[in-house]
Design a protein around this ligand. Sequence first.
Ligand code: UDP
Length: 381
Amino acid sequence: MPILVPEPHDEICFREDGKRLDGRAVDELRPFSCEVGVIKNAQGSALVRHGGNLIYAAIYGPREVHPRHLARPDKGILRVYYRMATFSVHERKSPAPNRRENEISKVIREALEPVLFLEAYPDSQIEIYIEVIAADGGTRCASTTAASLALADAGIPMKSMVVGVAAGKAQGRVLLDLGDKEDKVGQADIPCVVVMKDKSISLLQFDGEMSLEEMKTGFEYVLKGAEIIYQKQLEALREKYNKITREAEIEDSAVGNLPQNEQKSINESQNAQDSLQNTSQIDEQMKVQNEKQEINNDHKAEPSPLMENSSAINESQKEVEKGEVEEKSKDEKSSEENIIKSSEQSANSTDDSPKQGENQSSQEEQQLNTENDSPSGDDQE
Ligand code: UDP
């Protein structure tokens, strides 16, 4: 099982070849990348990777101030919450906000206020939440860079983008963008926030000892590094709008990839077909309605022949059924008599067999009628 041991803080910050321990030149930035729109619920957001730092910034507002008594009638207020995750450093950091976090929140707010038009948002607040997921030295600078980018992503008007980057000194040499170890063992650290429009400085902190010449060199490095980061910020914003444009184009192409005039003619013919279909549907509906109307009128004026027929059929059906039942009961009783009569007839006439059949059937009918008229078969007998 690996044991996490913090790196020893020896004084050495350079390799034998004169480069820094991570291979950088003295005026070289750590690897930097950023993107925007990473938190869907926020109005604007940014993710910054600067060296080993991994930092999210999210913007909410302008919106109502809570608690209300903090609201100002003459301008909006900016509130910044810088927090380090418990797991962002080697030794577990307490989840409770500490003095250092409150101080860093304050300096980031002061670095951003000069570029915002807060007077445009009276009685409102803009909130910036910054979460350091991994810390590797220079988190306040990287956090300011992320906050500026997130503000731009949120569409909040700014006089300029700002970039945070630090200069410092270690082993007697001036350095740009100190890493965690250089920050800890170095002789000086100057975190700066540069307003990119006029290259003015909106935040400058100084911790350590440096000569004036060294400080000038440090500021030169800072401006050079800030310009590189600024270009990356612009690239991230451009990338977002390019993505939106691409998505819009894909949606358009879903409608049709054809040239404009061809698409137009297809649309026109489609419209014509639709209108034709609608017209024929309306015609059909009107036809059905007219037919219904006619049937109703006929029905009111005189009973429909169909109905008459059907009632007549029902009546005759009933009669037939009644007759069948009665006939069935009589048949059994008169079967003997019929047999005798038919045998007599067949004996009388041998040649005219068709007539015989007719006579037989007519005699049977007569017999049936007689039986039907009589109240019972017994009386007839
Ligand atoms: N640090 C830490 N634990 C803490 C605070 C800071 O390990 O509770 C580390 C972290 O890597 C940070 C570095 O110390 O980046 C320097 O912190 P500093 O206060 O100088 O702020 P920063 O240089 O990050 O702006």
